[in-house]
Design a protein around this ligand. Structure first.
Ligand SMILES: [Zn+2]
Ligand SMILES: [Zn+2]
Length: 136
């Protein structure tokens, strides 16, 4: 015997197999989609906001909007020795995400390496890691 169960949000009915009967609180796919949590990211420089689905936002310490990142007016918080700044160009729909955290051994080596390159060829800002983040 299949038992019809109502979506607790829109009331749509669906029949479940007996093994699913204890699923008395059920939400249909449409309602689930509509209820996906949203997140608002705020540009740390100009205060512009961007609201998008939480699953589309990578978590970072702070964000800058595209124009603010380009005009470079924002003064980033100081970075202690042994810390790296992760720059995520695709953090949140046109916003760039920044995270400062302790560097891993590997990154420290890479930073040293990047510094060496920087000294050799000026104008180099950082390097790209395997996840397409810039580390500076
Ligand atoms: Zn529903
Ligand atoms: Zn901005």
């Amino acid at each position: 015997m299949k038992t019809p169960i109502q979506c607790k949000l829109c009331g749509k009915r669906k029949r479940f197999h007996p093994y699913a009967e204890r699923k008395f609180a059920w939400t249909c796919n449409q309602c689930k989609k509509a209820r996906q949590p949203k997140t608002t990211v705020v540009c740390a420089s100009c205060g512009r906001t961007n609201t998008l689905r939480a699953s589309c936002v990578a978590k970072h310490d702070y964000y800058l909007c595209g124009p603010c990142d380009k005009n470079n007016a924002y003064i980033h918080p100081p970075r202690a020795d042994g810390m790296v700044r992760i720059i995520d160009l695709n953090a949140a729909g046109g916003f760039i995400g920044f995270t400062t955290r302790m560097a891993t051994e590997e990154e420290l080596e890479s930073v040293e390496h990047a510094k060496a390159i920087k000294e050799a060829a000026s104008g180099m800002l950082g390097f790209e890691d395997s996840e397409n983040h810039w580390i500076n």
